[in-house]
Design a protein around this ligand. Structure first.
Ligand code: C5P
Length: 241
């Protein structure tokens, strides 16, 4: 069911984060980016504000990555997934930190959905890029964020997830360990010379692809650009190099 990463075009690999508070702004941005990007990412802010009906509407225009990062006991996650899978988003995700049983419950829900004709793939969120070594130590994890991310990717792979959300800096090591067919979706992407803003460990689109990223999540470099369509085209062109 997983589409082979190598079969995706650079444009299909570009995922734009719709980090806006209203459906009106999100639909206006979707309109401006129509035909220029592979997927749009709806996060918690937009989903909490506008709900499933909005996602359903957006899905008629472009595939949606529903970035809800679910994390709860296995039954609750399975049932929440069953509810959002009715929208048939292209991608959903759960926190790997929820543990093997929670991951398996999520995989079960997504596989049942696909067996019934759905297209959704499931990603595990490894380590949030906002967590540095100090923050992990405060949470009781000794060691480097990249080592924990690799360990979490292995757990997600063993549980049957289709891939992970990770930093582009970990994408190559995860591919070596879990196989190149195991998707890696990488935020923290910045075109050469762009402002880094609050991201810490960034990579350019071309570098991230070289590391084996399946999809690149780009937000502000496109959505805050004067001409978002031109910014998206420039990133696709850089990916094609
Ligand atoms: O604007 P920018 O390109 O930094 O946006 C990146 C998007 O990816 C945001 O929606 C952010 O929440 C998300 N994200 C991230 N780092 C993660 C997971 C998700 O930046 N580890």
């Amino acid at each position: 069911m997983s589409s082979l990463p190598s079969a995706l075009t650079p444009r299909q690999r570009l995922v734009v984060a719709l980090d806006v508070p209203t459906a009106r702004e999100a639909l206006a941005m979707a309109e401006r980016l129509s035909g220029r990007v592979g997927m749009l990412k709806v996060g918690l802010e937009l989903f909490c504000a506008e709900g499933p009906a909005f996602v359903k509407k957006l899905q008629t225009r472009v595939p949606v990555f529903l970035d809800l990062k679910l994390h709860d006991i296995p039954t609750t996650v399975r049932r929440a997934l069953e509810a959002v899978l009715k929208l048939d988003p292209r991608l959903v995700n759960v926190h790997v930190q929820g543990g093997p049983a929670m991951l398996e419950a999520a995989v079960e829900a997504v596989r049942a959905h696909r067996a019934a004709g759905g297209c959704t793939e499931l990603l595990g969120v490894t380590v949030l890029t906002s967590l540095d070594r100090e923050a992990l130590a405060a949470l009781g994890h000794a060691g480097l964020p990249e080592d924990l991310a690799l360990a979490y990717a292995k757990l997600a792979h063993q549980a049957g997830c289709d891939g992970v959300v990770c930093s582009a800096w970990e994408a190559a090591a995860i591919g070596e360990t879990c196989g190149e067919g195991f998707h890696r979706l990488t935020p923290g992407i910045r075109p050469p010379g762009a402002a880094i803003q609050d991201q810490a460990r960034v990579m350019t689109p071309a570098q991230a692809l070289k590391q084996g990223a399946t999809w690149l999540v780009v937000g502000r470099p496109i959505t805050h650009a004067e001409d978002p369509a031109a910014a998206a085209e420039a990133i696709v062109a850089e990916m094609q190099q």
